[in-house]
Design a protein around this ligand. Structure first.
Ligand SMILES: [Zn+2]
Length: 150
């Protein structure tokens, strides 16, 4: 089985340890309606790759929400992500993608290559876009490895 790895949404480089990873999003409160919505759920390096607070606030009054990567790993982390989805502020699509990135082995490794693997006929997924069986994930990783060696 493939090891879990993580890639930073800001710089694209690997996040080497749990402690180096950070999950963040922006919450925008609508004072008139009394509702809040979330946007831009992402996984980044702790520190330099995080959102700029002032910049996000200037955009739409957005306030940054964040937690360490380790808070979203393991069974409790999965529950925390499901709770985030249940609250319904952050678009479901973004939370589902994050759940797969953090909890489906190999997903994050294969993620940049799904598109080309499909167009090359390496896999023929029969689920909605963005969902892959473990067999497909392993096939994409093996194909990418062979491709790199060429
Ligand atoms: Zn980074």
């Amino acid at each position: 089985m493939e090891m879990m790895m993580w890639r930073c949404d800001t710089c694209g480089k690997q996040i080497k340890t749990e402690d180096d990873g950070w999950v963040e999003w922006v919450t925008v409160v609508d004072q008139k309606k009394g509702t809040s919505t979330g946007r831009d759920l992402r996984l980044v390096h702790h520190g330099k790759c995080q959102f700029n607070e002032q910049k996000e606030y200037k955009k739409d009054g957005g306030i940054i929400g964040d937690l360490g990567l380790s808070d979203f790993l393991g069974p409790d982390g999965l529950v925390a992500l499901l709770e985030l989805m249940e609250r319904g502020e952050i678009p479901q699509k973004e939370v589902v993608a994050m759940i797969q990135r953090l909890h489906v082995p190999g997903y994050e490794n294969a993620r940049p290559h799904f598109k080309s693997a499909i167009s090359e006929g390496v896999i023929e997924p029969n689920m909605a876009p963005g969902f892959y069986t473990h067999r497909d994930i392993e096939a994409v990783i093996a194909w990418e490895k062979r491709r790199r060696q060429r």
